[in-house]
Design a binder for this molecule. Structure first.
Ligand code: NDP
Length: 234
């Protein structure tokens, strides 16, 4: 039975991945600050972990491997968004966004790579964002953090391909989760109007892309930033 370690598996896109993979028979370990959520998926190992902290990540990954066995798939998904004018962001905003969105990937990949190299196989996936590719006004820090994710994914794919490890990112457009709670109905309508498919994406639609990318059906895909944005960015 394959083992998925995912960060941010308690809500939104992460929860949809947890639910899909667990339903397909994977052992799933979810790492997030709140640990076990109220709506926990049965059979999933929920571990309290702050992805910004390398020691917290290392110890959670060790616990996950101890409980669920060698890690086959990592999804670095935990993320936060901040919006505002570039000149108004504080240094702490920069730290919070970069340490969570990019630092989380850095810490998680660092913790699982030795296991995957030993096995001679594995898949690393990250949840990026279309704003990392094109940049969003009033989301400069968030965009930069996801740009860093994209570059890291491409570099890791080159470094780890010879060890049998594939590395890709999914780059969603606007997805209907808690992260969109700052957008009122009018703002959401503007996004939908600018999206050829005319709607917000659902967490399940992103989870399905993740599932495909970790499967053997994607065995020749690595180093790619796969857009799932309803055509918003073409
Ligand atoms: P949610 O806000 O719904 O969920 C975020 C998840 O990340 C939660 O499970 C949260 O758990 C976890 N998390 C946040 N900070 C930390 C931390 N320091 N350590 C551990 N876990 C943490 O967000 P989404 O599901 O919308 O977003 C998931 C990913 O998708 C993010 O990387 C986001 O940037 C990306 N994305 C989202 C889009 C959208 O429109 N929703 C669009 C493009 C990309 P807890 O609070 O318990 O720690």
């Amino acid at each position: 039975m394959s083992h998925l370690i995912i960060s941010g598996g308690t809500r939104g896109i992460g929860r949809a991945c947890v639910s899909l993979f667990a339903g397909k028979g994977y052992k799933v370990s979810s790492l997030s600050r709140t640990g076990t959520p109220d709506n926990a998926v049965e059979g999933v190992l929920y571990l309290q972990c702050d992805v910004r902290d390398p020691d917290s990540v290392k110890s959670a990954v060790e616990k996950a491997v101890g409980e669920n066995g060698p890690v086959d798939v990592l999804i670095s998904n935990a993320g936060i968004a901040v919006s505002g004018l570039a000149q108004d962001f504080k240094y702490q905003d920069y730290r919070d966004v970069m340490d969570t969105n990019f630092g989380g990937l850095f810490n998680l990949a660092g913790a699982v790579i030795p296991y995957m190299v030993r096995q001679g196989k594995g898949v690393i996936l990250a949840t990026s964002s279309m704003w990392g590719q094109t940049g969003a006004s009033c989301e400069a820090l968030y965009s930069a953090s996801k740009g860093a994710v994209d570059s890291y994914i491409k570099a890791l794919a080159k470094e780890l391909g010879p060890s049998g490890i594939r590395v890709n990112a999914v780059s969603p457009g606007a997805i209907d989760t808690d992260m969109m709670s700052g957008y009122d109905d009018e703002a959401k309508k503007v996004i939908c109007d600018d999206t050829p498919l005319g709607k917000l994406g659902s967490p399940d639609e992103i989870a399905e892309v993740m599932f495909f990318l970790q499967s053997d059906k994607a065995s020749f895909i690595t180093g790619q930033i796969i857009g799932a944005n309803g055509g918003y960015l073409i």
